[in-house]
Ligand binder design. Structure first.
Ligand code: MG
Length: 243
C-alpha cells in the first residue's frame, strides 16, 4: 500500500514537473490591464487624488448642522475648528478609499483626557478615527489618538513630531450589506500615524457611540466628516483616492 502511494506521488510529481517545463518566461507575463499613471510630488496630493482641502477654501465641504457653508477658520493654508459651529462634512460620498490628512493640536495646552485637543475623522460619516492631544495625557486607550473610538486602541502611541503636525494615512474598506440590510462583510481599516501602523485591518464593530455598544446598521457610500469637539484643532493637506 505504501509502495502504491509512493508511486502515485512520484507520478504526480513528474507530471507537475513536466507541465512546468512547457512554460516559457513570457507565458506568465501580461501587459493588460495597464495601471494608471500617477504623478507624485513631496507634500502634495498624488495626481489622481481628489483634494478635499488644499489650504484655499472649503468648496468640498458643508456644515454638518444644516448643509450651509462651514464657518471654520482658514488662515495660512490651515483649517481650524471653530468651536460651537459644528462638524464639517464632504459633499461627496465614498466607499473604499485611501485618505491622507494632517492635523495639529491646539497651541495652548488646556484640559485633560478627552477634553484636550479633541477632534476626529469620521469615516463614511459614522466611524470615528480619534484625534486627540495624547502627549502626557491619560485617557482610556480606545479613546486616544489613533484609536477607532470606543472600539480599537492604537497598536502604538505615536508622539507629536517636532513640527507639531501629525499625519494619518488611512486605508478603508467599507462594510457590505445585502439588499435585506444584513451584514455580509465587516468594514476594515488600516491607519498609519506619522508612518507607524496603529490600526491593521481592524474590523469595524459598528457605528461610533459615546454611550453604549456600536450599532451595526446598513448603509451605502458615506462622506468624510471632521468633528467639532470644542477644541482648536487644525487640519491641512487633505486628499482622498477612491479604490
Ligand atoms: Mg473625537
Amino acid at each position: 500500500m505504501l509502495k502504491y502511494s509512493l508511486l502515485i506521488a512520484l507520478l504526480a510529481g513528474a507530471t507537475y514537473a513536466g507541465a512546468q517545463t512547457k512554460f516559457q518566461p513570457q507565458d506568465t507575463e501580461f501587459y493588460e490591464p495597464v495601471p494608471r499613471v500617477v504623478n507624485t510630488k513631496a507634500n502634495s496630493a498624488p495626481s489622481d487624488a481628489l483634494v478635499l482641502f488644499d489650504g484655499k477654501n472649503l468648496s468640498e465641504w458643508v456644515s454638518e448642522k444644516d448643509g450651509s457653508q462651514p464657518q471654520w477658520t482658514i488662515k495660512d493654508n490651515i483649517l481650524t475648528v471653530k468651536p460651537g459651529t459644528g462638524g464639517i462634512v464632504t459633499n461627496k460620498k465614498f466607499e473604499d478609499f485611501q485618505l491622507h490628512i494632517e492635523w495639529k493640536s491646539p497651541e495652548t495646552i488646556k484640559g485633560e483626557g478627552q477634553g484636550r485637543g479633541n477632534s476626529g475623522i469620521f469615516l463614511q460619516g459614522i466611524y470615528e478615527l480619534q484625534v486627540l492631544d495624547n502627549d502626557n495625557n491619560k485617557t482610556y486607550t480606545n479613546g486616544q489618538a489613533g484609536s477607532i473610538y470606543k472600539q480599537s486602541p492604537p497598536l502604538a502611541e505615536v508622539r507629536k513630531p517636532e513640527s507639531g503636525w501629525h499625519t494619518y494615512d488611512v486605508l478603508y474598506t467599507a462594510p457590505r450589506f445585502n439588499k435585506d440590510g444584513m451584514l455580509i462583510k465587516r468594514g476594515q481599516v488600516t491607519v498609519l500615524h506619522n508612518g507607524v501602523v496603529v490600526q491593521y485591518n481592524t474590523e469595524l464593530q459598528g457605528t461610533t457611540e459615546y454611550i453604549g455598544l456600536p450599532k451595526m446598521k446598513a448603509h451605502g457610500p458615506g462622506p468624510i466628516s471632521l468633528q467639532d469637539h470644542g477644541d482648536l484643532v487644525s487640519y491641512r493637506n487633505i486628499w482622498i483616492r477612491e479604490l
